[in-house]
Design a protein around this ligand. Structure first.
Ligand SMILES: [Ca+2]
Ligand SMILES: [Ca+2]
Length: 245
């Protein structure tokens, strides 16, 4: 009898252990499913805007009063050399209104095709670098846009030749801020603000679409609601855990 009692006790203990195991395992499984679903869903919903073209112009400060726009040329020439009264900048605006306000921007790139540069060859040589400043655009180009240089959102690689250059990575946080604020246009001012070297690139008026400035944005539309979904799952787990105690 004693041996039987012991056997029953051992089996009961084993079952109890299994039950405890189930209670612990279930929340872990649910957390894993929620997280895997969250990641998969987020990847599945990733979307891309572009490459799209926008509007652009060359802004020149030459009369000592203000910037004058040239929005008809097939190229835009930039150079900044205040000591010689030279100040030409590019202004560009792209329509980003199709991206949801709550989107998480994964990447944003500006592509340009160079049509002219001035440089000092040699080792290491002096070549231009385009600095890109961001501003909240309004879908229209105006002289005051050229003065919006408070925020650097990107910089090109050193430009040593003509034609395509590596895509210029733009600050994704800045674009998210624009979207969150209900701004429909990403505005940019581009020129080499340091060396005085000249950089010209093909504009939106250039005949070949592939050579025009283009913007490409990769994003997930609604990360906020997905995070809430995951957070909701975690809350349910905590409640279940409390009830099971
Ligand atoms: Ca133009
Ligand atoms: Ca504007």
């Amino acid at each position: 009898m004693c041996a039987c009692k012991n056997a029953v006790h051992i089996i009961a203990k084993k079952l109890l252990k299994k039950e405890e195991f189930k209670v612990k395992l279930t929340p872990i499984l649910v957390v894993a499913v929620v997280l895997i679903s969250f990641v998969s869903f987020q990847q599945a919903r990733a979307d891309t805007l572009g490459p799209i073209t926008g509007i652009d112009a060359q802004a020149t400060f030459s009369d000592g009063i203000g910037y004058v726009l040239n929005d008809g040329g097939t190229s835009i020439n930039t150079q900044y050399l205040p000591s010689a009264d030279v100040d030409r900048r590019a202004i560009l605006e792209f329509d980003i209104s199709s991206i949801p306000a709550s989107a998480e921007v994964l990447s944003a790139t500006l592509d340009l095709r160079i049509m002219t540069i001035t440089s000092t060859p040699g080792e290491p040589g002096i070549y231009p670098i385009l600095t890109v400043f961001g501003y909240a655009g309004d879908g229209a180009l105006s002289p005051s846009d050229a003065t919006q240089t408070g925020m650097i959102i990107g910089q090109s690689a050193t430009i040593t030749g003509l034609g395509a250059i590596p895509s210029i990575d733009l600050d994704t946080n800045f674009i998210e801020t624009l979207l969150g604020g209900g701004t429909s246009y990403l505005g940019m001012v581009a020129f080499d603000n340091d060396t005085g070297k000249q950089v010209g690139f093909y504009s939106q008026e250039y005949s070949d679409l592939a050579w025009r400035p283009t913007l490409t944005v990769a994003y997930t539309p609604e990360p906020t609601s997905l995070v809430l979904l995951a957070a909701g799952g975690m809350t349910m787990l905590r409640r279940r855990k409390r009830l099971s105690r």
